[in-house]
Design a protein around this ligand. Structure first.
Ligand SMILES: Nc1ncnc2c1ncn2[C@@H]1O[C@H](COP(=O)(O)OP(=O)(O)OP(=O)(O)O)[C@@H](O)[C@H]1O
Ligand SMILES: [Mg+2]
Length: 235
């Protein structure tokens, strides 16, 4: 579904993403894990056309080139990105934030169906649908951000550290949601620092260190590998 080949991003001449290649197959959940500053968000922004890419390399989505396209065009093709900082419109109601995600859906009935689906997934948001998004807890705001992504009827969802800054209970809830989406067959690319959880729920995973994807493999195998156990799990 998504094929990234040898892409590089430089800021002021310094590479922060070096010749990165990843493949995500339809229906898979793929995790990219790595420490602060490894380049995880840069990778997702680069895929979304929101970081300046070096001329080398290519990105294709559902068999078509998307490198060089505008973010909005990439969104229209069904690739949706939920950013690390959530980017909600805080004074607006929860429901209005969700509906903003559906700007690519022109069919009103379909919009309502999507909204019902998001409320089924996150009943808490339904209760709070008239409340300003900024008044919600961090975890609830993350649900709005994911919900907004789902409103656009994605073919593939990219989540940038959805568990960031959340209390343990909310962290489990967020990962539970990702599991559910996976079961429903949605293709997901998940970026996380929460290595254990991210590997446990993924099919395939990449380990990123200082701008490079250094290791990759079946998530279960990586979980049991020395490199992960020593470098990330402190075992
Ligand atoms: N717009 C920018 N201009 C200059 N440097 C940048 C810019 N964006 C990111 N960087 C640098 O690129 C590196 C990778 O940043 P990135 O945000 O991709 O890391 P990350 O893996 O997502 O980290 P975190 O887990 O903290 O979110 C960092 O050293 C960062 O300072
Ligand atoms: Mg980041």
């Amino acid at each position: 579904m998504l094929e990234v080949r040898d892409i590089t991003v430089r800021y002021s001449g310094l590479p922060v993403l070096r010749e990165a290649s990843i493949t995500v197959q339809e229906g898979q959940t793929v995790s990219v894990v790595g420490a602060n500053g490894a380049g995880k968000s840069t990778l997702l922004k680069a895929i979304m056309g929101a970081a300046r890419l070096a001329p080398e390399g290519g990105i294709s989505f559902r068999g078509q080139n998307i490198k060089g396209l505008k973010t909005e065009e990439i969104v229209r093709r069904g690739l949706i990105y939920v950013p690390e900082d959530r980017k909600l419109f805080k004074p607006l109601a929860v429901e209005d934030n969700l509906l903003l995600g559906a700007f690519v859906v022109d069919d009103e009935a379909k919009k309502r169906r999507k909204l019902e689906y998001v409320y089924e997934l996150f009943p808490r948001l339904k209760e709070r649908r008239r409340q300003a998004a900024g008044s919600l807890s961090g975890g609830e705001q993350q649900m709005v951000a994911i919900g907004r992504g789902l409103m656009s009827d994605p073919k593939m969802l990219m989540l940038d550290e959805p568990s960031l800054g959340l209390a343990p209970l909310m962290v489990s809830e967020v990962f539970e949601t990702v599991r559910k989406l996976r079961q429903e067959g949605l293709t997901v690319l998940l970026v996380e620092q929460n290595v254990l959880e991210a590997l446990e729920l993924a099919d395939y995973a990449y380990i990123m260190q200082t701008g490079r994807l250094r290791h990759e493999g079946q998530a279960q195998e990586l979980l049991e590998s020395d490199v992960v156990r020593k470098a990330f799990l402190g075992l």
